[in-house]
Every structure is written in C-alpha cells, then in structure tokens.
Design a protein around this ligand. Structure first.
Ligand SMILES: [Zn+2]
Length: 188
C-alpha cells in the first residue's frame, strides 16, 4: 500500500547541518541562518537529548528533569560549515535584543563562547553590529523537521514510512503546570 504524506521528504542539503553546542575551549564566530530560534522542552536521558513528548511523556513519568532548548541554523565563519546551534534558554535570551532590533536573526553575526571554559559553563553571546549580506547565506532550513530527523523521530524517507510522531511533535504545545524555566516565554 502506498504511504502518503503531505510534505516532501527532507532535502539532502538539510542533512549537511551538524548539531553543535557552544564549545568550551574557544569562542566560535557564526553567522545566523535562521530568522528565529525554535525552542522546545527536552530531557537528557540515556546519554542523549530528546524532546519532551508532552502529555504521556515517558521521561516525565520516570521523573527526568526537563530543560528548554532553542535550535537555530548558523554558518561558521571561516570554514563556512553549516550547523544547528543548541542553546539554553539563558543563551537564547541574549539573542532577543538583536531580534528586536532587526526583526530577524538571519544574517546576524555572533560570537559564541563559554567564558569559564567549561563544557557546561554559562554561554556568552556577543552580537556584532549590523547584519551581513543575506544573499550570501543558504536558504533558511526547516529546523523543526531537521531536529526530528536528528532525534530519530522522523523517517528519513517520509514518503515511504511516515513517522507516527512526525506531525504530533510539530504541533504539540508543551505545558508544565505553569512552570516556565528562565523566561522562554519571552522568545517569539
Ligand atoms: Zn517529558
């Protein structure tokens, strides 16, 4: 039987993004490709980060803590490598002034670092003045779909094996009894 889907499979170009966190050892200069962060609650279980599944989430039931993370596409200055940045709420909040000023984060240049030089040290983001030429950047990718792929919650061939989770994750609103860590609600 054919398995129909309403969206095309991920473009292969979207698989070329590598997921990174702020490096501990040295600052990294990037140009943002995404226009806005995409945030969701996540759990760190079994050695990896996975999204909270909302109502009925097994990690929640097992008592695992959750944290809000933002994801956005960027290009590393110099190497031009395309990456998805995973940012804490505290880090994503530092992007809000630029988002307010430019109405988009796309083509905004940032310096990302952990001043304490520790893997889980606080992240500091320094925003360069102005914006870079936008036409030099790759098109904005679909971060939500790319993250589903990275988390293994999609099927790489959506047209042949649509994932049960696929559309649920894109639309589900996460509520945790009013608890909101570190002002994620201020993000657009
Ligand atoms: Zn959960």
């Amino acid at each position: 039987m054919p398995q129909w889907s309403t969206t095309p499979p991920l473009q292969s170009a979207e698989f070329s993004y590598r997921l990174i966190r702020a490096p501990a050892c040295r600052p990294i200069a990037l140009t943002l490709i995404s226009s806005k962060p995409q945030g969701t609650y996540t759990h760190y279980t079994k050695g990896r980060t996975l999204p909270c599944d909302g109502d009925g989430c097994s990690a929640c039931k097992e008592g695992h803590p959750y944290r809000w993370h933002a994801y956005l596409a960027a290009r590393v200055d110099g190497t031009r490598e395309k990456v998805i940045l995973e940012l804490t709420a505290q880090a994503a909040e530092q992007l809000l002034p630029a988002l307010n000023e430019f109405k988009t984060l796309r083509a905004v240049a940032i310096l990302l670092e952990r001043p304490a030089r520790r893997p889980n040290g606080r992240i500091r983001i320094t925003i360069a003045p102005g914006r870079r030429p936008e036409n030099d950047l790759p098109p904005e990718p679909d971060i939500q779909r790319m993250m589903l792929h990275i988390w293994g919650l999609d099927d790489t061939s959506l047209t042949s094996r649509p994932g049960k989770h696929h559309f649920q994750h894109l639309t589900k609103e996460k509520k945790h009894n009013g608890e909101v860590p570190q002002n994620p609600s201020t993000l657009p």
